[in-house]
Unconditional design. Structure first.
Length: 340
């Protein structure tokens, strides 16, 4: 176990209760290596993170490391905690949206992760647009398509089957918008339990959060620290960093912690689940501790609310379907689904 990090009892970590009644830890370990951290390093982190008290792991087929994480999870099961105390999420990648591909893709993740069920399975993006790992942001798949609701419902129908067959315990969406979710909620037999989305002090999405809470869909915030390690290709000159924010930094100074801890406390206290990535033992231990102790005051929470810059960092340019489109088209910013 990391010598730097005394364990934190999982009972001290806040939990969220989903519409199903299931409890999920309000912090999980992210496992996307942003093209520069190896799968082996991430798998070693999964085992050590479990030893210091993490019980929730956010995985995805496209991260390319599920088989290594599966070996780490086997060690976790043998030496740290039984299956029922773990929460493992995986995600359906964009090139597996066809109805015939969904259940096999989930089975592949189960084999790789060496599990017989997933706690949560998400549709990673609402577009079936494949892109090669590490490709440039101006790269487009030749058969890229817009959001087509009838097609998404075929994918969703298979997600419902996975739930009914017991291969997954919960299903959900990721990178959705309110207009797309409205359609899904109209037509779904089984509703999403969670929606994973970018959330941090510089991208707070308050309307979307209120919407999800009202529908009893649990928000899971990705890149909760503003993804400081994201690949160069995902950076633009207008991007800002919540870790550099003067309000966040002033509150961090008062609490004598890194600004990362303030971002995580704020997110969990506003009702989110956070999934920060780290392979640095000092950092992932501090992140777990941050949400387990020393909460922010009401005034501090309010101050951070004023720090919002509406700055989306994970823009998704590679999923655009026409030349000369703006990344904003992916996010239905005028309140309606962007037409084909
Ligand atoms: N659904 C989706 O489409 C989607 C999209 C993006 C991400 N995600 C998920 O969300 C996870 C997290 O997002 P992310 O990786 O983009 O960004 P993030 O968690 O906001 O940032 C991770 C970066 O912050 C650093 N860090 C972590 N803890 C720190 C601390 N206490 N102090 C200082 N630096 C710290 C890490 O470096 P060190 O390793 O050096 O600590 C790493 O470079 C991903 O791993 C993935 O599981 C999902």
């Amino acid at each position: 176990m990391s010598q730097l990090s005394p364990p934190i009892a999982p009972s001290l970590v806040p939990q969220r209760t989903l519409a199903s009644g299931a409890k999920i830890p309000a912090i999980g370990l992210g496992t996307f290596g942003s093209d520069h951290v190896s799968g082996a390093q991430i798998a070693a982190t999964v085992l050590d993170a479990a030893r210091i008290g993490y019980r929730h792991f956010d995985c995805a087929a496209v991260y390319g490391n599920e088989s290594l994480i599966g070996e780490a999870l086997q060690s976790v099961l043998k030496t740290v905690a039984p299956r029922e105390e773990l929460w493992v999420t995986s995600k359906l990648w964009n090139d597996k949206h066809a109805a015939k591909d969904v259940i096999p893709a989930c089975n592949q993740s189960l084999r790789d992760l060496q599990l017989d069920y997933l706690d949560l399975y998400l549709v990673h993006w609402p577009f079936p647009n494949f892109h090669a790992p590490g490709c440039r942001t101006d790269s487009r798949s030749p058969d890229a398509r817009p959001y087509i609701h009838a097609e998404f419902m075929e994918t969703w129908g298979e997600m419902e089957k996975l739930l009914e067959q017991g291969l997954v315990r919960h299903i959900g969406t990721s990178n959705m918008t309110i207009p797309k979710l409205e359609l899904l909620l109209e037509d779904a037999r089984l509703r999403p339990h969670c929606n994973e989305m970018e959330l941090h002090p510089h991208f707070q999405q308050p309307e979307f959060l209120t919407y999800l809470m009202g529908k009893k869909i649990q928000p899971i915030g990705f890149s909760p620290l503003g993804s400081p390690g994201r690949p160069e290709r995902d950076r633009t000159p207008l991007d800002t960093s919540p870790l550099e924010d003067p309000i966040v930094r002033a509150i961090a100074d008062e609490h004598r912690v890194h600004p990362a801890a303030i971002c995580l406390k704020w997110a969990v206290q506003r009702g989110e689940i956070v999934i920060p990535f780290s392979v640095n033992p000092r950092n992932y231990a501090a992140n777990l501790r941050a949400v387990a102790e020393d909460p922010l005051t009401h005034e501090e929470m309010e101050k951070i609310t004023t720090a919002d810059r509406r700055c989306r960092l994970i823009k998704g340019q590679v999923f655009l379907w026409k030349p000369d489109q703006l990344w904003e088209d992916l996010w239905d910013e005028n309140g309606a689904i962007t037409p084909a």
